[in-house]
Design a protein around this ligand. Structure first.
Ligand SMILES: [Zn+2]
Length: 108
């Protein structure tokens, strides 16, 4: 049923327009796709690492240039030419960690 709804939505003119709008916003880097959540987020921060809190669903970007450069060097060394580099990590944010929550107890 979900597949049928998804297919009918994507073949509907509104679905096409929405897909084109998302694609344009992604190209302009106004939004970022969060693969783990199957969602999009306005890109209000810079950074190649997305930290997603499994408890409160807060999302933060981290810019770790040394790690980014090392990853890109390794990727280029393999002959692959990435268009962009985004790393997603799921866990607990600083606020939720204070309460002693266990990250493995949460599933998105
Ligand atoms: Zn949190």
């Amino acid at each position: 049923m979900a597949t049928l709804l998804r297919k009918s939505f994507l073949h509907h003119p509104v679905g096409h327009n929405l897909y084109r709008a998302l694609k344009a916003l992604l190209a302009k880097e106004r939004i970022v796709r969060i693969e783990m959540l199957n969602a999009y987020l306005p890109k209000l921060q810079q950074g190649c690492v997305l930290m997603i809190c499994a408890h409160c669903e807060a999302i933060e970007f981290a810019d770790l240039p040394a790690i980014r450069d090392q990853l890109l060097e390794g990727i280029h060394h393999s002959g692959f030419h990435p268009q962009k580099l985004v790393i997603e990590t799921l866990g607990l944010c600083a606020d939720c960690s204070v309460g002693g929550l266990n990250p493995s107890e949460f599933d998105l």
